[in-house]
Ligand binder design. Structure first.
Ligand code: PMP
Length: 393
């Protein structure tokens, strides 16, 4: 059996149409196949490799930790330096009110923790979430997701969840003193990059303050420099009560977190009611990689050039078939008339060694979310390839 046949035989599949691209090595903006293929990764493994694949500082941190210990104990019992140093580094990037970090394994798990924390904090049961939201694939995360097609087969899901329209200020009136939390992506990713305005976020924060509702912002995609600020909420002049992150956090290693004030987080300590228990959460190797990732983002000034790079994409990607470009920094959607037009363009780009994708809920837009380390020259190459593909199909 060749590697593709092996992949298809015993490995559970997630789709009838896997990309089936074989990768042997990855470095920086590039991934390499077994027969000399070279691909530019314009989607960072879906928003993970913000600092590029296998950043040397991340590898160094991993190697150092490998020589000390791997897993020791469930999260929250032993003193493990990589976790404490990581929490300290994360808190330094945040406003004072967000000073307590709960480390987990993934975005979905962080969402679960955030929802549970809100319920415990104010003892309310209603959760408000947004249409077209994607928060993950576990049952709680699915429950607050905003696409019925993805939820239907798994009902009954969490009771007490109500969806409103992201970005629609009027619908914030659904938030009441019964509402435990409202959860939303600061910038909607899988909806095809939707950005609400500053006034909306201001009204949202005020409504939450008035009703004692916790504001949970999901920055699993938008965090860690992706949008041109370390955290996307910085664009809008508000601060969430609970912040959720993962993906780019680990520099390629699995890790996630939900972050709140110590006052909120403390409700999880009250025995004998269980808070959130996670065996592998904040794995020391991932935590060490994550700390190195934060240091790279800050020391290499990766955030400062995001806007300029995004603008270069916007300037170069001009074509009558491109209907619209929506973005916040390097979180971009290039919209075409339909999936039927977009799909062959994506296929052609992949043949040409440039990997893009579409979005879970938006199949007429091309996902562009390259490592923040991409150079202007590489952006020119990528855009030439996309424009050539548009012409050829
Ligand atoms: N929230 C958002 C905004 C996401 O984009 C994702 C993953 N695409 C998740 C949560 C879930 O993260 P994970 O796949 O790590 O569980």
């Amino acid at each position: 059996m060749n590697n593709r046949q092996l992949f298809l035989s015993h490995l559970a599949q997630t789709t009838d149409f896997p990309l089936l691209i074989e990768i042997e090595k990855a470095e920086g903006v590039y991934m390499f196949g077994p027969n000399g293929e070279k691909y530019m990764d314009l989607i960072s493994g879906i928003g993970v490799s913000n600092i590029g694949h296998r950043h040397p500082k991340v590898l160094e941190a991993i190697h150092k930790q490998l020589d000390k210990y791997l897993h020791l104990m469930v999260y929250g019992e032993y003193v493990q330096q990589p976790q404490s140093l990581l929490a300290e580094a994360i808190v330094k990037t945040l406003p004072d009110s967000l000073d307590n970090v709960y480390l987990v394994n993934s975005g979905s798990e962080a969402i679960e923790g955030a929802i549970k924390l809100a319920k415990r904090f104010n003892n309310r049961r209603e959760i408000i979430s947004c249409n077209d939201a994607y928060h993950g694939s576990s049952h709680g995360a699915l429950s607050v997701g905003g696409n019925e097609l993805f939820k239907r087969a798994y009902r009954p899901l969490l009771p007490g969840v109500r969806n409103i329209q992201y970005g629609d200020q009027e619908q914030l009136n659904h938030i009441s003193t019964e509402t435990s939390a409202i959860i939303l992506e600061t910038i909607q990713g899988e909806a095809g990059i939707r950005v609400a305005d500053k006034l909306y976020f201001k009204a949202l924060r005020e409504k939450c303050n008035q009703t004692g509702t916790l504001l949970i912002l999901d920055e699993v995609q938008a965090g860690f420099g992706r949008t041109g600020k370390f955290w996307a909420f910085e664009h809008f002049g508000i601060v969430p009560d609970i912040l959720v992150c993962a993906k780019g956090m680990g520099g390629g290693m699995p890790i996630g977190a939900f972050i709140a004030s110590k006052k909120i987080m403390e409700v999880f300590k009250e025995n004998p009611l269980l808070g959130h228990i996670t065996t592998f959460g904040g794995h020391p190797v991932s935590a060490a990689a994550s700390l190195a990732t934060i240091q790279v983002i800050l020391k290499e000034n990766l955030i400062e050039t995001v806007e300029e790079k995004a603008n270069l994409f916007r300037t170069l990607l001009k074509h009558p078939k491109i209907k619209e470009i929506r973005n916040k920094g390097l979180m971009m959607a290039v919209a075409f008339e339909s999936f039927e037009i977009l799909k062959p363009i994506i296929d052609r780009c992949i043949e040409d060694g440039v990997i893009t994708d579409w979005f879970l809920y938006c199949d007429n837009a091309m996902r562009i979310a390259p490592p923040l380390t991409i150079t202007n020259e590489e952006i020119h190459i990528a855009c030439e390839s996309i424009l050539k593909a548009i012409e050829e199909v």
